[in-house]
Design a protein around this ligand. Structure first.
Ligand SMILES: *Cc1c(COP(=O)(O)O)cnc(C)c1O
Length: 413
C-alpha cells in the first residue's frame, strides 16, 4: 500500500517489487527470455487467457517490464501503466487504440517533429485527420470537435515552441463534448506534474528523456487514469459497455500492444527502473540551472527571444507555475541573428554537446529547423512554424557557471 504521508520517491525506494525475485534480488533482474514454460496444458491455457497472471511470451509481458510498470504506476498515480519501445510507440499505440478511419484528432500544429509527421502522414493514410488549431483558445477547440473526434491531444509544454495550454480548460471542453484529453508529458516528470489534477485522461511520456537516467535507452509509457467513460467513444463503445473504465487498457493490452509488437525490452526496463530512482533529483538540479541560464541569456545582446516558461516575463509563467510548480522543465530556446549564426554557435561550443535528445545528464544543443524538422517540405515547415534562427538547449547537470562560460566563448568571435 502507498503511504500518502511519504513522498512518491521515498515510497518507490522503500517498497519491494510486487513479484518477489526467487533470490531476493533488490534490483529487479533482467529476464532476457523470449518465452516462459508451463507444467501442464491447463496451466498454459489459463496463462494465455490471462487467468493466472503468468507470463507467456516477452512480446506480451515480461517480469522486468512488469516491475518497471508497477513502479511507474505508483510514482505517477496512474491506475494502469504500459511500457513500450519508445515515446513514439506510446503515441502511435494510443491512436491505434482509439482512432478509426473517418475520425479526427484536435491538436496544435506545434508538436514534437515525429508526432507532427505521425499525424500529417502516417495516420492520415489510414483515414485519420489531424485538425490543427490554437489550443490556447478553447473556443476554437470547441468549434473543431465533432462526433468523429477521437481525442483532444496536447503536449503539456510544446516542444520546441514552449507553449502551455490551460489543461483544465481544455479538459472541460473536451469532456463536455464526450472526448478524452490526451497529453504528452515528456517535458515535466510525474513528481512535478500530476495529470489527473488537470483532467488529463490518458498521458504518454517518452521515458527516453527524464526517466532513462542519463540517456541510456529508448522507451515510452502510456498512463491510463481510468477517468474517461469510453462508452462515449465510437470505437470502444461496445467493449466499454462490458468493461467500463478498463476498456482502454484491455484494448491496448489484449490486442493493440501485442499486435503492433512494441512492448518495452527487459534490458530497457532495468535501466529505466534505475533511472526512475534519481529522476526527481536530476530534474530539480537541471531545472535550477535552466532558469539560471535563461536569466543569463537574456542579458546577452546577441541573443533574442529567450524562451523558458520559468522566466517571470514569459507569457506562460503563471499557468506553468500552476501546472508544474517551480521548474517547467530544463529545456529552453533562444534566437540568434540567422541560421548561419546558429550553425557557427553550434560549431563553437566545447562543454555543451551537439546532439538531439532531452534531459541527458549532458547539456545538448540542436538547431531544430534543419534537423528534427529538416525533411519536411516548405509547405509543412510553414504549418509547423519552427524558426530557422532558433536553437534548442536541453540543460544537463554540468556546473551552471561552466555552461555560461561555454555560451559566452561560443558567441564571441
Ligand atoms: C522525444 C519526444 C517524443 C518521442 O519520444 P521517443 O522516445 O524519441 O520516441 C515525443 N514527444 C516529445 C515531447 C518528445 O520530446
Amino acid at each position: 500500500m502507498t503511504d500518502k504521508s511519504i513522498s512518491p520517491v521515498t515510497d518507490l525506494l522503500a517498497k519491494p517489487f510486487p513479484q518477489k525475485d526467487a533470490h531476493g534480488a533488490i534490483s529487479m533482474p533482467v529476464y532476457i527470455t523470449a518465452a516462459f514454460e508451463f507444467e501442464t496444458a491447463e496451466e498454459m491455457e489459463d496463462a494465455f487467457l490471462g487467468k493466472n497472471g503468468k507470463h507467456t511470451y516477452s512480446r506480451i509481458s515480461n517480469p522486468t517490464v512488469e516491475a518497471f510498470e508497477s513502479r511507474v504506476q505508483s510514482v505517477s498515480g496512474a491506475k494502469h501503466a504500459m511500457a513500450v519501445a519508445s515515446g513514439m510507440a506510446a503515441i502511435s499505440g494510443v491512436f491505434t487504440t482509439i482512432a478509426y478511419a473517418g475520425s479526427n484528432i484536435v491538436t496544435s500544429p506545434h508538436l514534437f517533429g515525429n508526432t507532427f509527421s505521425l499525424f500529417c502522414f502516417t495516420l492520415k493514410e489510414f483515414g485519420v485527420e489531424p485538425r490543427f488549431c490554437n489550443l490556447l483558445d478553447v473556443n476554437e477547440v470547441e468549434k473543431q470537435i465533432d462526433e468523429n473526434t477521437c481525442a483532444v491531444y496536447t503536449e503539456i509544454i510544446t516542444n520546441p515552441h514552449m507553449e502551455i495550454a490551460d489543461l483544465a480548460a481544455l479538459a472541460n471542453v473536451a469532456h463536455q463534448k464526450g472526448v478524452p484529453l490526451i497529453a504528452d508529458s515528456t517535458l515535466v516528470p510525474w513528481t512535478a506534474f500530476k495529470a489527473p489534477d488537470f483532467g488529463v485522461d490518458i498521458e504518454i511520456t517518452s521515458s527516453t528523456k527524464y526517466i532513462s537516467g542519463g540517456a541510456t535507452s529508448i522507451g515510452g509509457i502510456i498512463l491510463d487514469y481510468q477517468t474517461f467513460d469510453w462508452r462515449q467513444s465510437k470505437k470502444l463503445k461496445s467493449l466499454a459497455e462490458k468493461t467500463r473504465e478498463y476498456a482502454f487498457q484491455i484494448k491496448f493490452r489484449g490486442e493493440i500492444g501485442r499486435n503492433i509488437g512494441a512492448i518495452m525490452a527487459p534490458q530497457t526496463a532495468f535501466l529505466q527502473n534505475l533511472g526512475l530512482e534519481t529522476m526527481d533529483l536530476r530534474f530539480k538540479e537541471a531545472g535550477k540551472s535552466c532558469l539560471e541560464l535563461a536569466l543569463f541569456l537574456q542579458t546577452l545582446p546577441m541573443i533574442t527571444n529567450v524562451n523558458y516558461n520559468g522566466l517571470p516575463s514569459n507569457p506562460f509563467y503563471e499557468i506553468g507555475k500552476k501546472q508544474f510548480g517551480d521548474y517547467p522543465g530544463a529545456m529552453l530556446t533562444f534566437c540568434l541573428k540567422d541560421r548561419a549564426a546558429c550553425f557557427a554557435f553550434i560549431n563553437r561550443v566545447k562543454v555543451i554537446r551537439r546532439a538531439t535528445n532531452l534531459f541527458d545528464n549532458k547539456s545538448l544543443i540542436i538547431h531544430p529547423e534543419s534537423t528534427i524538422y529538416g525533411s519536411l517540405t516548405p509547405a509543412y515547415k510553414k504549418i509547423a512554424e519552427v524558426p530557422d534562427n532558433m536553437l534548442r538547449l536541453s540543460v544537463g547537470l554540468e556546473n551552471a557557471e561552466d555552461l555560461k562560460a561555454d555560451i559566452l566563448q561560443a558567441l564571441i568571435r
